[in-house]
Design a protein around this ligand. Sequence first.
Ligand code: HXC
Length: 292
Amino acid sequence: MFREGLLTGKRILVTGGGTGLGKEMAEDYLRLGADIHICGRRKKVLDDTAAELMDKHGGSVKTRSVDIRVAEAVDEMIGEIWASGPLTGLVNNAAGNFISPTKDLSTRGFDAIANIVFHGTFYVTHACGTRWIRDGVPGSVISILTTWVWNGGPFTVPSAMSKAGVNIMTKSLAAEWGQYGIRLNAIAPGPFPTEGAWARLSPGQSTDGDQERDGIPMGRVGQMDELKNLATFLMADGCDYLSGQTIAIDGAAYSAGGGNFSRLSSLKDDDWEQMRDMIRSANDKDKAQRSV
Ligand code: HXC
């Protein structure tokens, strides 16, 4: 869809870029000529991804292990990246989520998600934005949201609340920082099955998306290329007047039926018990790999 070298000269940080959607977008940016930075909590996962992507496409993928919930660590990471030149783009992709009846959530459970999505996304955006403004250079921010920012996210309330906050950050800062040549947009993907998300949102279901098709007018889940093309379009030069927008890419699921988890209302306590166990074992597996 895009010409070779479209992103040459760009330097882009993708948070949570070691796996899932972040890895996919990082790969496309790299393939189109950008220098890439990816960060996350699992250094080995990041390093393996960097090696794989550079093997495939050449170029440069640098890795940083950071927990974006820690503001000082974020600022230090962005400072280190800036020491070799400013970023041109940031993708706020790192997130945390799991389905749970809100009545069963502990406040720590809420914080675990809100601290990543709401606070962490702000920390990274702020650390980049202040440097873009200080240095007088333009920048572009893309945040990965969800259509639940418009109609609510039953059974994913901490994520829906936090991403709704990031939606408003996108619009607020687009207006406040437009004068500095900084633009902020967001993508609201429907179901694009990835291992990390599915282990927490559809535990026990395969990532082929079979169970998801029903509520989607287009009758299928998203294909990664479609998401990557949108992320590239928003990051490339040529639509610099586009800012403050959140674009859904969901096969019209939101328009048709809301695209959220309201169908889970029929689950019983026993079902939730089972879900929780499956999600916890996915979390424990990830945790064992963390380096920060
Ligand atoms: C209820 C749970 C729970 C569950 C964790 N908790 N899992 N409560 N049901 N299934 C509670 C714990 O009991 C604990 O509270 C608190 O949450 C913190 O748990 P920790 O495991 O210590 O948290 P932490 O190590 O900080 O891990 C954060 C995490 C984890 C969010 C819980 O899932 C994570 O790191 N996720 C990152 C990757 C991820 O989630 N990817 C999917 C993103 S999908 P107590 O009170 O017991 O101490 C996504 C899609 C958006 O964002 C929209 C798509 C359309």
